[in-house]
Structure formats: C-alpha cells, structure tokens
Write a protein that binds this ligand. Structure first.
Ligand code: WAQ
Ligand code: MG
Length: 272
C-alpha cells in the first residue's frame, strides 16, 4: 500500500479580467511544492497572453482518503481533418450511451465557447447524457476536476508509452490523468474535450468501453473555442454527487492502461 498521507493539492489558475487563460493541478508531497509552483508560474506566463491575476492554492488533503485507480486505455486514432475526427468522436459518444441530441448540444456549446460570456470556462460542462441539459450550477465557471495526479512510477511509464506513439506533449499526459479520474465519477457515461488553446487542435473522447480516444483535429487552426463536456446518467447520480467527486475526491492514477494507435477509418475499433 502506497503512503498517500501528507499529499498536498497544488493548483494554479490564470485569468485576464473575467477570461480564464490557463490552469494546472498536482497532488504532491510537501518537498515538491516549490518546484511545482515554479512550473505553474512558467506556464501561466508562457501563453503569449498576459494574465492579470494568477491564483495559487496550496491545500493539504488532511485526512481525506485517497483512491488509487488505473488509467484509461489510450487509442491514438490518426483520423484526418476536422469533419472526420468529429464524426469519429460522435460515433464513439453515441456507442457509449450519449443521445445524439446531447452530442450535438455539446459540440455546439464547445464551438461557441461554453461560458455565459461565450469564452472558455475554467471547468467542465456537466450534461445529462440523454437530454443534453446542462446541470452545472455555475455556467460561467463549470465544474473543475481537482485533486488528482499520476504516481511517480505511473508517470514515468505513461510518458514512455506515449512517447513510443510520438505523443510527447504535456497536455496529453495531463488530459489522460484528468479523463481517468473523471471516468470513475458516479454516473459517468462519457466525456468530450478539446483544448481552448488556438495552437492545439487535438482532443479526445473518453468512456469506459472505448477508453481515451485521442483525435488530432477537433477544431480548425487558430480557433480559441474549446472545453469539456462530461455526460452523466442522472438516474445513477445527481449533479451534487458528481461535483463532490470531481472537485474533492483525491485520486492517484497509479497504473497505466494499454496505449496503441490506429490509422484513419478505424473509429469502429474503438468501441468494438
Ligand atoms: N476540470 C474540468 N475542466 C477543465 C479542467 C479541469 N481540471 N481543466 C480544464 N478544463 C476545461 C476548461 O473548460 C478548459 O477551457 C478546457 O477544459 C480545455 O482545457 O491527447 O489542454 O487545459 O493531446 O486547454 C486535450 C489533449 C488537451 C489531447 C486538453 O485542455 C491529447 C487541454 P485545456
Ligand atoms: Mg487551455
């Protein structure tokens, strides 16, 4: 049994006015905090957008027990073009049990910027998987998944496995840990995500049957829209239970799943 006592949640968010620019999460022992903070500050200033506020939160977990999970399997689906990537994503979401109408709603919100002001949100939309209704109480902020990280061993293994597939960007490693935590949420059905960073076009869909399916072109070059939609089965869990798990439950991803790639046209393999 790993000793997870004494872990500290370190979080960063950077904003310009009301606009969310970037954020990051770690769960580390005390001696690592200063290194983590330095990396977070580098990131907050590295985007070419000058934040006018950076909020750092350093919060010991106290006595809340930590759940250890295995990462989702990852499929790097080398589909070409936005239309084909989005078709593949929609198909996988529908196979996982998201109603077609809810899939369309999610794409339309992420395309126009899901926050009330039309920009990116700090957190995720939480949607009813059958109706597409948005459930999160604050539609500008969304629900931010927090208090999760890779274990040191799992981080080294996943970095190596992803590098074999040519996936060396920190975003992929972070998104896989985040999606893995989210996939254990009560009532979880599926997730859709792409970055709000105009220079980063890749995104993913995740579900228990498909694992994490990475798609290289979820939006056009230069588009600054993006975000996350988490689809839940409201018969199994209501929004308050889901939110509590996503925000509060400490999760360490201590084992990796299988990582592989497939060429264009192989979306059906993701769900078979
Ligand atoms: N919890 C909930 N939602 C979040 C969180 C979080 N911890 N962090 C970010 N979001 C939401 C928020 O609305 C952001 O605007 C949006 O997701 C995108 O965040 O395999 O980098 O950090 O290479 O820009 C996909 C990885 C990258 C594909 C996703 O997201 C790959 C990414 P970003
Ligand atoms: Mg971003």
């Amino acid at each position: 049994m790993r000793d997870t006592s004494g872990l500290i949640s370190v979080r960063m968010r950077a904003a310009s006015g009301a606009r969310h620019l970037s954020g990051a999460e770690r769960l580390v022992p005390f001696p690592h905090i200063s290194t983590v903070i330095q990396k977070f500050l580098d990131r907050a200033w590295s985007k070419g957008l000058l934040p006018d506020q950076i909020v750092l939160t350093i919060e010991p977990l106290a006595d809340r027990s930590v759940i250890e999970i295995q990462a989702l399997d990852l499929l790097d689906l080398r589909e070409e073009g936005v239309a084909r990537c989005r078709d593949a994503a929609s198909g996988i979401l529908r196979s996982a049990g998201v109603a077609p109408q809810a899939v369309l709603q999610a794409f339309s919100f992420l395309d126009r910027g899901p926050s009330e002001t039309g920009g990116a949100m700090r957190g995720a939309m939480v949607m009813n998987a059958l109706t597409g209704e948005r459930l999160e109480p604050d539609r500008s902020r969304g629900v931010r998944a927090s208090r999760f990280d890779w274990s040191d061993d799992a981080f080294l293994s996943i970095a190596e496995q992803l590098a074999r597939l040519g996936l060396t960007h920190f975003r992929t490693r972070e998104a896989l840990a985040l999606a893995s935590k989210i996939s254990f949420a009560p009532g979880f059905v599926a997730e859709l995500c792409w970055s709000d960073d105009p220079g980063y076009r890749a995104g993913y869909v995740a579900s228990r049957p498909s694992g994490y399916v990475r798609l290289p072109f979820m939006k056009e070059e230069g588009a600054s829209s993006g975000g996350r939609a988490v689809f839940i089965d409201t018969k199994q869990a209501d929004i308050s239970i889901v939110t509590e798990y996503l925000e509060q439950q400490p999760v360490i991803v201590n084992a990796i799943g299988k990582c592989r790639n497939e060429g264009a046209g192989a979306a059906a393999l993701a769900v078979s």
